[in-house]
Design a protein around this ligand. Structure first.
Ligand code: NAD
Length: 503
């Protein structure tokens, strides 16, 4: 970081050196708890992106030849450093993002699990062999790294989402350029500093900052081979179409509208706790957050009553002190205003506000970007709050008569990230998991986000691409297969005929 007056400016990491950007365009980074600017981030242009890509391409030649066990050893050291620095990084995440310290720690744990997964890549990057595929012909396969890979990440998990990508990409032998969210780049910078400390050679990982100009320069650069993206559906679609049109492999995770189906036989106390944490955890700024509850029949009344009671007990406040709070602020003032407008739209369309979180007061932080937990009841299909991703602590409740009706409503939703059923019936759970049109399904859990050993399998408008982020599919994404067919003919050797004895 370089300091200009009171606030500092993020640097770029190019060819292993932290360098100042020449850009004259900047974004501001806030502490959302206080609504104060804490740093600024430069917006790179295509010439700075070109420098970073060329340096990453130059570093690839030696890195791909480094034995995979040596690459994995760096990940073992990295895991240790992340553990030792977990508390500091978690505080940084909370400072620039606003989620509670407990949520930041949990997100770091999830990120470290990906590093642990990467430690095992020597076992996952092995090829296959088959003798006598044809007469006297043997076949073998190898997985090769693809080259310069890029990661473009969203604001809502400042460290965890970048860690979904680069530990796997670099351990597979690629070099990697991270373009973190311009709203929360500080934690991403810190976790990359720790990776350099773990011994990653210069140029294997780089950081550029910016907005669309920077991203488009990465998407179209001829030396970039693969692009991983996580963010909104609109941008994911742009990334996918532009990246693939320029010959790159792309995996692009988009937005979501996640359905929670509550059957009348559900354990209501446990279900209320799970739905509350799903909808309001991380202030609803999670792509797997429960966003539309579909209580079936008699489940509706106790569910809404229970949720309002528990939401009333939630403490909303500053997360950047050690005070115990259940929910922090939203990311920016603009986002707070957008989410507030979504709530108003629901009311205008005829839904009822069982709990309105607008106007929540946090006396020691009057400029912070706060919104209390909000529950919109009697939502009907077709309403804005039933269809659109809101990305705040807002749960819409759409009452239905049967599981079939809930599944039909959800089927019309363009997204397909996650969905959960709450029930004691194995039959209902089985119907749901088989029929529901989404990639990540939960039964009686809060958020069915898979851990590092499994891929993050969004469907429909929640994902563009073929191979998903994280888990075994990520190893395939960051490698390309080479197939070798071999036939050896019997031949004379210098000094006499070499005879193979057949026993
Ligand atoms: P965003 O799409 O606005 O930004 C994501 C990244 O794209 C950022 O790095 C940003 O700089 C860049 N970007 C923004 N506009 C761009 C443009 N026009 N052209 C090129 N690049 C652009 O998303 P966000 O607001 O940071 O994050 C919230 C969204 O991310 C939500 O929709 C959420 O559901 C989604 N998300 C999805 C997942 C998932 O795995 N499916 C996980 C986390 C977040």
């Amino acid at each position: 970081m370089i300091a200009t007056g009171a606030i500092s400016t993020c640097k770029l990491l190019i060819g292993g050196e932290w360098v100042e950007s020449g850009s004259s365009r900047f974004g501001l980074i806030h502490n959302p708890s206080l609504g104060e600017v804490i740093a600024r981030v430069p917006f790179c242009d295509s010439s700075e992106v070109d420098r970073a890509v060329r340096a990453a391409h130059a570093a690839f030649a030696a890195w791909r030849e480094t034995p995979v066990v040596e690459r994995a050893r760096i990940m073992f050291r990295y895991k240790q450093l992340l553990e030792e620095n977990l508390e500091d990084v978690a505080r940084l995440i909370t400072r620039e993002h606003g989620k509670t310290l407990e949520e930041s720690r949990a997100s770091m744990r999830r990120g470290i699990e990906v590093v642990e997964f990467a430690c095992g890549i020597p076992n996952m990057i092995q090829g296959r062999t088959l003798q006598n595929l044809a007469a006297d012909v043997d076949c073998e396969t190898y997985l090769h790294p693809v080259g310069v890979c890029v990661g473009i990440t969203p604001f809502n998990f400042p460290a965890m989402v970048p860690m979904w990508m680069f530990p796997i990409a670099v351990t597979c032998g690629n070099t990697f350029i991270l373009k973190p969210s311009e709203r929360v780049p500080l934690s991403a910078i810190r976790i990359v500093e720790l990776l350099l400390e773990a011994g990653l050679p210069k140029g294997v990982i780089s950081i550029v900052h910016g907005d669309r100009e920077c991203v488009d320069a990465l998407l179209t650069h001829p030396l970039v081979r693969a692009i991983s993206f996580v963010g909104s559906t609109r941008v994911a679609h742009h990334i996918y179409t532009t990246g693939t049109a320029h010959g790159k492999r792309v995996q692009a995770n988009g937005g979501a509208k996640n359905h929670l189906i509550i059957m009348p036989d559900a354990d209501i106390e446990k279900t209320v706790a799970a739905v509350q944490s799903s909808a309001f955890g991380c202030a609803g700024e999670r792509c797997m957050a429960g966003s539309l509850a579909l209580p079936v029949g008699a489940a509706a009344e106790p569910l809404v009553r229970g949720l309002v009671d528990s939401a009333n007990r939630m403490k909303v406040g500053r997360t950047d002190t050690d005070a115990a709070v259940d929910m922090g602020p939203l990311i920016t003032k603009e986002h707070l205003e957008r989410v507030s407008l979504c709530i108003e739209k629901g009311r205008q369309e005829g839904a009822t506000l069982a709990r309105d979180g607008r106007g929540v007061r946090v006396p020691d932080a009057p400029q912070g970007f706060y919104l209390g937990p909000t529950i919109i009841d009697h939502v009907r299909p077709g309403m804005f709050v039933a269809e659109e991703e809101i990305f705040g602590p807002v749960l819409s409740v759409l009452r239905v008569g049967s599981l079939d009706e809930a599944v039909e409503i959800a089927d019309r939703c363009p997204f397909g990230n996650g969905a959960v059923i709450y029930t004691r019936s194995g039959y209902a759970a089985r119907q749901f998991k088989h029929r529901f049109n989404a990639g990540m399904i939960g039964i009686n859990v809060g958020v069915p986000a898979p851990m590092a050993l499994f891929s993050f399998t969004g469907w429909n408008a929640s994902f563009f691409g073929d191979l998903h982020i994280q888990g075994p599919e990520a190893v395939r994404f960051y490698t390309q297969e080479k197939v070798i067919m071999t036939r050896w003919h019997e031949s004379g050797m210098a000094g006499g005929e070499f005879v193979v004895s057949r026993g």
